[in-house]
Design a protein around this ligand. Structure first.
Ligand SMILES: Nc1nc(=O)c2c([nH]1)NC[C@@H]1CN(c3ccc(C(=O)N[C@@H](CCC(=O)O)C(=O)O)cc3)C=[N+]21
Length: 282
């Protein structure tokens, strides 16, 4: 039976430590979120982020733009937040509606306020092995692995999915931690065979029951980034009940990776506030 990697509990512990650090810092960090349209799932995630801010003592403002907003409107809003000296972190909730050019919006975010780590400059730092802000989900996963003292150096890590928000930065972080990294995607040949080599398997595919027991090596650590609705229930990518019998450790959905994403966002926002305060002194 696998160890359940409890992201909810780990996240709560980190948020409490962060709350104390912020209270003792004399700083007043602030996060701005931008949401375009009224997708209920996106609205729920943004609400969760504002709630976490409240818990740790980060001020937050939410900008809501209509579903038919243009790229120009979103970029102008981002630029206004760049100029607003009281804002430390800017998060533009993804996905954006199809008429909005996501790349241009992300490029418009000032790299020092890009607490999601999606800006090409921050991606570049990450890939060069010296991350400034790295994306919240993969960074939260690294924190969870560290919390449970799971060795990464030398491990064979296999990432399923190559998205900008999870797969790519996940691979970079695992490489920075000296894992031997393989990235799999929709064109990968012999996917099951690749996955079965993994000591650490990260699935960010978005398909329920995508990872079956047969694809997992005995004793592997399995990280499930999937968020899927199945018969009205929230499930990950991993066939949890079967895979937990072969894995040595596994993240549940919910209560695994998701809460770690939010804890990391709070940590990144505080770090941004600290660095911006230093810059004002220098
Ligand atoms: N710019 C941007 N940054 C993001 O970080 C970002 C985004 N866009 N777009 C959407 C995804 C998704 N995401 C989640 C965060 C927390 C949970 C989370 O805490 N989930 C709870 C369950 C919540 C429930 O009950 O549905 C859990 O897994 O335990 C899930 C998903 C951040 N995202």
């Amino acid at each position: 039976m696998a160890t359940i990697l409890d992201g909810k509990q780990t996240s709560e512990k980190r948020l409490e430590t962060l709350r104390e650090a912020i209270a003792g810092s004399g700083l007043h960090p602030k996060l701005a979120t931008v949401i375009v349209g009224n997708d209920p799932a996106s609205q729920m995630y943004v609400r969760m982020k504002h709630k976490a801010c409240e818990k740790v003592g980060i001020a937050s403002v939410g900008v809501e733009l209509p579903a038919d907003a243009t790229t120009r409107t979103v970029v102008d809003k981002v630029r206004a937040l760049n100029r607003d000296g009281s804002v430390d972190g800017i998060l533009v909730q993804l996905p954006l509606p199809s008429q909005v050019d996501t790349g241009r919006v992300i490029n418009a975010i000032s790299p020092e306020k890009d607490v999601d780590g999606y800006h090409p400059e921050n991606m570049g730092h990450l890939f060069l092995g010296k991350p400034r802000f790295s994306s919240c989900t993969p960074t939260g996963i690294m924190t969870l692995l560290a919390e449970y003292q799971i060795p990464v150096a030398g491990a064979r890590a296999v990432v399923a999915g190559r998205s900008i928000d999870v797969g790519r930065p996940m691979a970079a972080l695992l490489l920075n931690a000296d894992a031997t990294v393989t990235i799999c995607h929709s064109k990968t040949k012999d996917l099951a065979e690749e996955l079965k080599r993994a000591d650490i398997l990260v699935s960010a595919v978005g398909k329920p029951h995508f990872i079956t027991k047969e694809m997992v090596k005995e004793g592997a650590v399995v990280i499930d980034v999937g968020i899927n609705q199945l018969e009205g229930k929230l499930v990950g990518d991993v066939d949890f009940e079967a895979v937990k019998e072969v894995a040595s450790a596994i993240t549940p959905v919910p209560g695994g990776v998701g809460p770690m994403t939010i804890a990391t966002l709070m940590e990144n926002t505080f770090r941004s506030a600290q660095e911006r305060a230093c810059d004002r002194v220098l």
